[in-house]
Design a binder for this molecule. Structure first.
Ligand code: DX5
Ligand code: ZN
Length: 219
């Protein structure tokens, strides 16, 4: 059984010591770093963007797992890719048409990067079906996007199950990532249901020993 991937969300990191935080994460055994971009329009919060990604994306050797919680991902995608995104995940709810979704998938793949699509807790997982054969990752939100430190929402488990079954039935290989309220209880539960990648912010960054927390998520 392959090890679940942990993607620590820097939204919960100490930004006055970001370089040190990234070093601690690199030494903790995490191979990914989750980068929550919020525009204050798609979600009711503003986080960070292209200059911050540019300054850190090559500084740590981790996979840059960029989560766009923005209203116009098609407009900004190329700049995030050039800034160092390895996985670029956008919200299905942020695009107005199927054509725009296909256009954005093509754009990301044209830059030889990985495509992720995310859906909010209230969005039906079946809406993803036209895209699942084309993408590299599905990000299931287990909290309303916008803030770290929220409680895990159980309805994510049904979506993980559907995506795992669909992947097996259709011989697809997208990664199933879960994001929001992930801790030593909800993390292993999501893995049991079929998650491949766990995003975790406050559970890791609010603790002293990052490696210990990450090991507990993997257990
Ligand atoms: C929420 C973000 C999540 C969040 C996770 O909109 O997408 O990545 O930072 O934080 P925790 O793990 O504290 O719920
Ligand atoms: Zn996120």
């Amino acid at each position: 059984m392959k090890d679940v991937i942990i993607s620590p969300s820097i939204l919960s990191a100490d930004f006055k010591n970001l370089h040190e935080e990234l070093n601690k994460i690199s030494q903790s055994g995490a191979k990914w770093i989750h980068f929550d971009v919020m525009d204050g329009h798609f979600v009711d919060n503003i986080s960070f963007g292209i200059p911050v990604l540019e300054s850190i994306s090559k500084a740590h050797g981790l996979i840059n797992d960029v989560h766009l919680m923005i209203s116009d991902p098609l407009h900004y995608a190329l700049r995030f890719l050039n800034a160092g995104a390895d996985y670029l995940t956008f919200h299905l709810e942020a695009l107005k048409s199927k054509d725009d979704i296909f256009r954005l998938i093509d754009l990301i793949h044209s830059q030889h990067k990985k495509v992720g699509i995310s859906i909010k807790p209230g969005t039906d997982v079946l809406i993803l079906k036209p895209y699942l054969h084309m993408i590299d990752l599905v990000l299931i939100m287990s909290v309303e996007p916008g803030f770290g430190g929220q409680q895990f929402m159980d309805n994510a488990l049904g979506k993980i199950t559907f995506l795992k079954d669909y992947k097996q039935t259709n011989h697809l290989d997208y990664l199933i990532e879960v994001d929001g309220g992930i801790n030593e209880k909800t993390g292993p539960l999501c893995t049991f249901f079929g998650a491949d990648v766990l995003v975790s912010g406050s559970y890791i960054f609010k603790a002293d020993d990052y490696k210990k927390q990450i090991d507990k998520l993997k257990s």
